[in-house]
Design a protein around this ligand. Structure first.
Ligand code: BGC
Length: 390
């Protein structure tokens, strides 16, 4: 996830000057996007995708479950049939299901998927649907595609051909998200034509299935500017947002040492300046961030809603312009942050998303960024109010 932070930081630094081209002052928040000319707004906002988006307002990611390496399956996270009723009862309307299909393929050219992965996914999909939850399934952690998009594209297409055929008779509440967080060499520009080919393949068997696409650089908001979709009124665009990253990923082991400072609260500033043992002399960006975190009032503090509010506004404007609904497929804070700060953060983020009429899915249901405390069979303290309170 190391690149994730780099993109997040670059994005924070350049967002205002590069991606948002404000139109002359007007009462409406008007956007003149800088996407390539081939990216056209849909003619009609009242699209099938917009209809589907109504089922995907408040979701949870079933993290660290079907996307872990096959040999680890069920070791850390298990999911019982009863958990879907709990999700529904809590207030979630959908579940996003990360899946590493690519770990279950046979040899080229067929890349036949092992029946066991369909059994596992069927279990999730059927139980979710049975409990009134919409479902988004994806391809997650397809590293070979990120390294060599051209080399892995046949496998990518074959996987989707098989998934599409398997689920072609399932209700419209099941949607397909093509690829989680393309990054590295899987740039938005290279993914655009691959998305177009994959959508055409899926449409052979699933004429009315809603399809979800993410831009590159880990699904970053700043990459929306490079997205080019062939007009399809049944496509939702999805992005991920983990800002403020130093808060949400504090103490995470998978950010390549980029988020070593713990004890960061949300919102800042702390009542006493945060002192850290971490040597920040070689990390000017983090040092500067901590300085601001320690000193600036909440209204301008980097560990506050200013880290994401204008980005969510931009999403609304982009979506209004192009008429593709936008879904925030991942946001969340690691359990290394203190409980109250996590509650404050989830509450502020989802309220800001809802103010912009954007559907969201938390990372995650019961793993390291958890909502659900499986041991005690209840939500983590304060989390229900944070996500579903008035
Ligand atoms: C990854 C997880 C990670 C989470 C937060 C997800 O996209 O799949 O492994 O914990 O992002 O960084």
């Amino acid at each position: 996830m190391n690149i994730k932070i780099i993109s997040a930081l670059l994005l924070s630094a350049t967002f205002h000057c590069t991606y948002l081209v404000a139109a002359p002052a007007s009462d409406q928040s008007t956007l003149m996007p800088s996407n390539p000319q081939e990216m056209k707004p849909l003619p009609d906002g009242d699209s099938p995708a917009r209809h589907t988006a109504q089922w995907f307002k408040r979701g949870a990611n079933l993290g660290d479950y079907l996307e872990v390496q096959p040999s680890y399956f069920g070791h850390r996270i298990t999911v019982g049939a009863g958990e879907f009723a709990q999700m529904k009862n809590q207030g979630f309307d959908h579940v996003r299901v990360p899946i590493a299909w690519q770990d279950y393929t046979g040899p080229a050219p067929d890349f036949k998927l092992a029946p066991v992965i369909f059994e596992r996914v069927d279990f999730v999909v059927t139980n979710a649907l049975k409990n009134g939850l919409a479902v988004m399934i994806n391809i997650h952690h397809f590293d070979a595609l990120d390294k060599d998009p051209a080399g892995a594209s046949d496998e990518f297409l074959k996987i989707w051909e098989q998934i599409a055929s398997h689920y072609k008779t399932f209700p419209d509440q099941l949607v397909f998200e093509l690829d989680n967080e393309p990054h590295q060499n899987a740039t938005t520009v290279l993914m655009n034509p691959l998305y177009a080919r994959t959508i055409a393949e899926i449409r052979r068997t699933n004429l009315h299935r809603t399809i979800v696409v993410e831009p590159g650089e880990w699904g970053s908001i700043g990459e929306l500017k490079n997205l080019v979709l062939s007009p399809d009124s049944n496509v939702i665009v999805s992005v991920h947002c983990y800002d403020p990253f130093y808060f949400t990923h504090q103490g995470a082991t998978w950010t390549n040492g980029m988020t070593p400072v713990t004890g960061i609260i949300f919102p800042g500033p702390p009542s006493h300046p945060l002192m850290t043992d971490v040597d920040l002399s070689q990390r000017p960006a983090l040092l500067d961030w901590i300085k601001k975190y320690n000193t600036l009032p909440t209204a301008t503090n980097p560990s506050s809603q200013i880290a994401f509010k204008s980005k969510l506004k931009f999403l609304r404007a982009w979506s209004d312009y192009y008429r593709y609904p936008i879904h925030i497929g991942e946001f969340g804070a690691y359990t290394r942050a203190d409980e109250q700060s996590r509650v404050n953060f989830y509450s502020a983020f989802r309220r800001a998303a809802e103010a912009e009429k954007l559907g969201w899915a938390i990372w995650d249901w019961s793993s390291g960024f958890r909502y659900w405390d499986k041991m005690n069979n209840r939500p983590m303290p304060g989390m229900r109010q944070a996500l579903f309170g008035n």
